[in-house]
Design a protein around this ligand. Structure first.
Ligand code: NAD
Length: 296
């Protein structure tokens, strides 16, 4: 049984804290919303008046808050966690915040003599209720080990992301990709409808192709990730097909903003002499644009 201060009892934090109580941990909870606090008290937690009050005697502090400024305020502001926290305690920030702010917070807390790790979560509030969150653990190996049993009360899977700040980095990359893909998918669906094609047919086809499955697990492993850019499907041909889609969209009135941005990358790859390389060479092209070293 661990004494835990839990700060932030919203859509995610409430069920996560509730699962910790159910697993027998001793929780002192704080939220600006008194209703959330009193509901958790009914479930067996103790109410705290401030973050500092919650952190008194805590072995672990968990934050599940809307953004990095609020996490900072709750930790270091007036009546914040730092005012009462034992230097032996471990702070686990499970919120989704800016990764550079995570780095700064971990460094500032270290200067003050406190240990802090990032462990943001994947999946939704339904998983928070079921205790089946995907937990992306940053932190040192020691911190990750120390947090493990507590994290497993809230999630069914822990990925150790590779050190302090790496949990929030992988969370950012995952969200960036799935959020952008949602826009691309919506554009493709509207293009499909604008052409009179049944969306269900498109969904059936794309369930088995790189369009639906993504490139990380389909086209990339055998090509660019193996440093093999011999073409399975050439950049020039991909650009030709992309331009047909853009032209069709222009004629049917479907918005294709994501497609037009993609065209600039494919065009740059062609102009850089990659036209006859495999289309996965887009990774090499975009790496080069960022000034990163490339083998090809
Ligand atoms: P939420 O808005 O439902 O909950 C945030 C809680 O923080 C609220 O109860 C609010 O009263 C409380 N709060 C705000 N300021 C506070 C302060 N100064 N002191 C104490 N409490 C304060 O948000 P949520 O959906 O629970 O998300 C929490 C975090 O988890 C966010 O960083 C979010 O991006 C991330 N996240 C959410 C989901 C999701 O599906 N909702 C999934 C993964 C990660």
């Amino acid at each position: 049984m661990t004494t835990i201060a839990f700060l932030g009892l919203g859509q995610m934090g409430f069920p996560m804290a509730n699962n910790l109580v159910k697993k027998g941990h001793s929780l002192k909870v704080f939220d600006l919303n008194p209703q959330a606090v009193s509901q958790l008290v009914s479930a067996g937690a103790v109410a705290a008046l401030t973050p500092a009050d919650a952190a008194q005697d805590a072995e672990v502090v968990i934050t599940m808050l809307p953004n990095g400024d609020i996490v900072r305020q709750v930790l270091m502001g007036e009546q914040g966690v730092c005012e009462t926290l034992s230097p032996e305690a471990l702070i686990i920030d499970m919120s989704t915040i800016h990764p550079l702010q995570t780095d700064a917070l971990i460094a500032e807390m270290k200067e003050k003599g406190f240990a802090m790790m990032d462990a943001p979560v994947g999946r939704t509030s339904v998983n928070a209720q079921d205790g089946t969150l995907l937990i992306l653990a940053g932190g040192s190996p020691d911190q990750a080990e120390r947090a493990r049993n507590i994290l497993l009360c809230m999630g069914s899977e822990i990925v150790e992301a590779g050190g302090p700040g790496m949990g929030i980095r992988v969370k950012l990359i995952n969200n960036y990709m799935s959020i952008a893909l949602n826009a691309l998918s919506a554009e493709a669906a509207v293009l499909c409808e604008s052409l009179g094609l049944d969306l269900n047919v498109a969904i059936k086809v794309m369930t088995g192709t790189a369009a639906g499955k993504g490139h990380f697990t389909t086209t990339w492993p055998g090509k660019v990730l193996k440093d093999d850019l011999s073409p399975a499907f050439m950049v020039d041909l991909a650009l030709k097909d992309l331009r047909i889609a853009i032209d069709v969209a222009r004629q049917t009135g479907a918005p294709l903003g994501m497609g037009k941005v993609a065209e600039t990358y494919y065009q740059a790859a062609t102009e850089a002499g990659r036209g006859r390389q495999d289309w996965s060479a887009l990774l090499s092209e975009i790496r080069e644009m960022s000034g990163r070293v490339n083998k090809h």
